[in-house]
Design a binder for this molecule. Structure first.
Ligand SMILES: [Zn+2]
Length: 317
């Protein structure tokens, strides 16, 4: 169960990350005299277990909100942060379908009713198919901090599309399945910045319950040559930073977790097929030693067991 304290949280953490554009000469095809428009990025996250990031991209004339938090309370902090820029909110963008990124959308969209809600097709379709069941579930775990609805995205963004957001250009990349059924990334080459969402995280215990760790590993491997040198990766969980060490850490965690579960799988023919209690204890100890202090992406005390069960099912095929 998500406790009320964990679900509601106590404090917001705000950090402003100035993003320095790379010198034009380093980008291959400099245009004489062309300078990228200034871009500032602010991050909101409620610290602790279940911490998740939203970002405000602030340009010269407008700003954009990336992801909307899990609860109304957290979403109101995102609204305040966007208002604090003094700029009109030109769009709200959703990276993927998981509730910690979309459940606050109702609050954010109500505060900025003229802003289009942008999302990839997988996110839009998931919300359309699942939002009726999602609300009672969120109410049961989050209580009054849960939303009454999840609005539908109003504009589906397409892979390869170039969007002008906060006065600069962002290329849409649609990937997945990986951590979720789909993941929509935004890459800004001029500012050497990638909104990576949950393709990788910064030293968090991830959500493996979608049961697609094999596909997830393949997506990170496929994207390492493309995004490994990015200087500022905006991740869904943890601090922003250079992409490569975070990609390699998430990759290592996923491989380590799969091997740890593989060693503890019961022999074929075992009736339940579930990893026994002693095996779970060994997996837990191995993770605590190799990845100490990694907070969880969701504040569920049962997350590790859910991850073990999901990966065991995935490995058994
Ligand atoms: Zn997440």
């Amino acid at each position: 169960m998500i406790t009320r304290r964990l679900a509601l949280g106590a404090a917001g953490a705000l950090a402003v990350l100035p993003v320095r554009p790379r010198p034009a000469a380093a980008q291959g095809a400099p245009q004489a005299g062309a300078r990228p428009a200034p871009l500032d990025i602010a991050k909101f996250d409620r610290p602790g277990e279940g911490s998740v990031n939203s970002f405000i991209l602030a340009g010269e004339r407008s700003c954009v909100i990336l992801d909307c938090q899990r609860t109304r309370v957290e979403a109101r902090h995102v609204v305040s942060l966007a208002r604090g820029t003094g700029l009109p909110v030109e769009a709200i963008f959703l990276s993927h379908e998981h509730p910690d990124h979309i459940a606050g959308l109702e609050t954010v969209a109500a505060a900025f009713p003229d802003a289009p809600i942008l999302a990839g097709a997988t996110t839009r379709d998931w919300i359309a198919a699942n939002r009726a069941q999602l609300i009672p579930f969120l109410k049961s775990v989050l209580g009054p901090a849960a939303p009454d609805s999840v609005p539908l995205p109003t504009r589906v963004v397409r892979p390869g599309e170039v969007l002008t957001l906060a006065d600069s250009e962002w290329r849409v990349d649609q990937i997945g399945p990986c951590e979720a059924g789909g993941m929509t990334l935004l890459h800004n080459e001029r500012h050497d910045t990638l909104f990576a969402a949950d393709l990788f995280d910064n030293r968090f215990t991830p959500w493996l319950v979608d049961g697609t760790t094999g596909a997830w590993i393949a997506e990170i491997e496929r994207n390492l040559p493309r995004y490994g040198d990015v200087g500022t990766a905006l991740v869904g969980h943890g601090a922003a930073g250079p992409a490569r060490p975070m990609m390699q850490d998430t990759l290592g965690y996923l491989r380590f977790f799969r091997e740890a579960v593989r060693r503890e799988l019961p022999a074929p023919g075992n009736a339940s097929g579930a990893v026994p209690a002693e095996g779970r204890a060994r997996i837990r100890a191995a993770l605590a030693e190799r990845y100490p202090g990694y907070p969880q992406v969701v504040p569920l005390p049962t997350l590790l067991d859910m991850n073990v069960d999901a990966v065991a099912r995935e490995l058994r095929g």
